[in-house]
Design a protein around this ligand. Structure first.
Ligand SMILES: NC(=O)C1=CN([C@@H]2O[C@H](COP(=O)(O)OP(=O)(O)OC[C@H]3O[C@@H](n4cnc5c(N)ncnc54)[C@H](OP(=O)(O)O)[C@@H]3O)[C@@H](O)[C@H]2O)C=CC1
Ligand SMILES: O=C(O)C1=N[C@H](C(=O)O)C[C@H](O)C1
Length: 267
């Protein structure tokens, strides 16, 4: 049997990190060799997460973990603030970053793409790993060719730090590639409450809802003559992201450069 792909998870105690640890442990081609989280050092992953992770211990030091465990892949589900340094470190040590953490700029992605190529490794940045979300974005880009009036409402749990979501930003990017730029709403509209019309990118409006009870949801609403079209995706639990994470850990071994968007590995 071929050697397993060695994976380290950063943010392993978090909502996505702990789901990722379980998905890696279940997959025959992947091996969990390290787990990092901010406040945990030298404690057993099995004990903290209630899974059988063998002797793997938590560390709170990304660099030390990368050096000591020599992984092939680093999965990052941390925060917008710390993810960037983790990607830099991974590339520096020749470890392929698979990043679900949202909140980076196009310029940063381009720089990591260049750095990955120079190091001869692959990388994945996926604003959303759920296949349904990828299809929602693809269908939205298609619809925008015929119905260019569009607004996005994204709804997430109230512990989410970034707004709008990475998925909303990616959707807006895909739509802007598919239609002529135009402003949404009346050119003279006035907000009597600041922010009432949401955020705006290239004339498109995006509205972020944060409430307990939600996991991750998005509707892309198109308007036309006498009609609307709503394309909606719901992640009702975090398992929805796991096939995409596992696939990324495997596919990232096969190419060089940073891929932004899981659709580029799937469609
Ligand atoms: N691409 C996708 O499909 C998805 C992406 N996401 C994104 O993933 C990210 C994480 O989301 P989620 O799991 O819900 O967030 P959580 O807050 O549940 O998890 C983040 C984890 O990272 C830890 N952490 C914070 N700072 C560091 C550090 N310096 N070093 C190591 N670990 C650290 C946190 O520890 P502590 O709590 O102690 O600070 C926490 O355990 C977000 O950006 C979210 O938008 C989420 C779902 C799907
Ligand atoms: O924070 C989350 O939960 C999610 N974040 C990602 C995003 O910002 O789009 C993906 C998904 O929406 C869940």
């Amino acid at each position: 049997m071929a050697e397993k792909i060695r994976v380290v998870v950063i943010g392993a105690k978090g909502r996505m990190g702990r789901e990722t640890v379980q998905a890696i442990l279940k997959d025959e081609e992947l091996e969990l060799v390290g787990a990092v989280d901010r406040t945990l050092d030298g404690v057993s992953v099995s004990d903290v997460l209630g899974v059988d992770a063998g002797s793997v211990q938590f560390s709170n030091d990304v660099e030390k973990t990368l050096v000591e465990t020599k992984p092939d892949v680093m999965v990052d589900f941390t925060t917008p603030a710390v993810m960037k340094g983790n990607i830099d470190k991974a590339i520096q040590f020749g470890v392929r970053p698979v990043v679900g953490t949202t909140g980076m700029t196009p310029e940063e992605i381009a720089a990591w793409d260049q750095a990955c190529k120079e190091r001869g490794i692959g990388g994945v940045i996926a604003p959303n790993f759920a296949i349904g979300a990828l299809l929602m974005m693809r269908f939205a880009a298609e619809a925008a060719r015929f119905l260019p009036h569009v607004e996005i409402i994204e709804m997430h749990h109230d512990q989410k730090l970034d707004a709008p979501s990475g998925t909303a930003i990616k959707t807006l990017e895909l739509i802007s590639q598919a239609r002529e730029q135009m402003g949404q709403g009346h050119p003279n509209e006035h907000e009597s409450i600041a922010g009432a019309r949401g955020g705006e990118i290239e004339g498109m409006r995006v509205h972020s809802v944060r409430l307990p009870g939600y996991v991750a949801h998005q509707q892309v609403i198109f308007g036309g003559l006498g009609q609307t079209l709503t394309i909606r995706h719901d992640s009702i639990n975090r398992e929805s992201f796991m096939p995409g994470v596992v696939l990324s850990c495997k596919e990232v071994m096969k190419y060089e450069g940073m891929v932004y968007g899981l659709e580029n590995l799937l469609f």
